[in-house]
Write a protein that binds this ligand. Structure first.
Ligand code: PRP
Length: 212
């Protein structure tokens, strides 16, 4: 029986770029470009099956072996620390994790800093390392609203172009860590489908800075 490689792709713009890299790497699946709502696509001849999943769920599919490999943002890997192998920095989906606040924000060091974020673990680790007490306000999206409505003093969030901050009169105060998309693998698939995976990794690598 042929070994099939199951690949979890992050749905959306990043996922399309990722698919193009896999296509160039010799793992095409033309049906994926059809306009429909299907979520699973297979190219039997090339031994590959793609799934579109929510970007923040890719690591769950890979960790539990529903996918052999996938592409997840470093933000998700730092936040949830899934038990997966991180194989390659794909050099796409580049942004940074940062602390942002209103332009005129002045910190009151006499009391805990109120921080709104989707990334509670990254935030806790960052401020713990600085020895700063914080009060975390966990939100699921539209984080930029929090300081505007005085729900928080600052936010910890992803900044890509900076447009969302700018249009909401906020600015970056501190940079925490650069982020980019990473190729990840299930630990046992890496052993059992090693040959096929090595092929994928090697051809994807030639498309990244590391391989050039
Ligand atoms: C992300 C992030 C920022 C925005 C940054 O939001 O949380 O809001 O993108 O991008 P920019 O610097 O290019 O403006 P996303 O679109 O994922 O939505 P959500 O966090 O509000 O769910």
């Amino acid at each position: 029986m042929k070994t099939v490689l199951n690949v979890a792709l992050p749905k959306g713009r990043l996922g399309e770029k990722v698919y193009d890299m896999f296509e160039k790497a010799g793992f095409p699946c033309p049906s994926i470009k059809e306009q429909n709502r299907k979520l699973i696509f297979e190219n039997e001849e090339k031994c590959v099956r793609y799934f579109w999943v929510k970007p923040s769920d890719v690591a769950i599919y890979v960790e539990r072996g529903a996918a052999d490999i996938g592409v997840a943002g470093k933000d998700i890997l730092l936040e949830y620390e899934p038990e997966v192998y991180e194989l390659l920095d794909l050099d796409i989906g580049k942004c940074r994790m940062a602390v942002a606040a209103k332009r005129d924000f002045r910190e009151n060091t006499e009391r805990p800093l109120r921080v709104a974020t989707k990334f509670s673990n990254i935030t806790k680790a960052y401020y713990a390392a600085k020895g700063r007490d914080i009060d975390i306000i966990h939100l699921n999206g539209s984080i930029e609203i929090a300081p505007i409505l005085s729900l928080s003093d600052v936010i910890v969030d992803i900044v890509e172009t900076g447009t969302t901050l700018k249009e909401n009169d906020l600015e970056v105060k501190e940079e925490i860590v650069p982020i980019s998309a990473r190729l990840i693998a299930n630990k046992s698939s890496f052993k059992f489908k090693g040959d096929l995976m090595e092929k994928v990794i090697a051809s994807l690598k030639t498309q990244t800075a590391e391989g050039k």
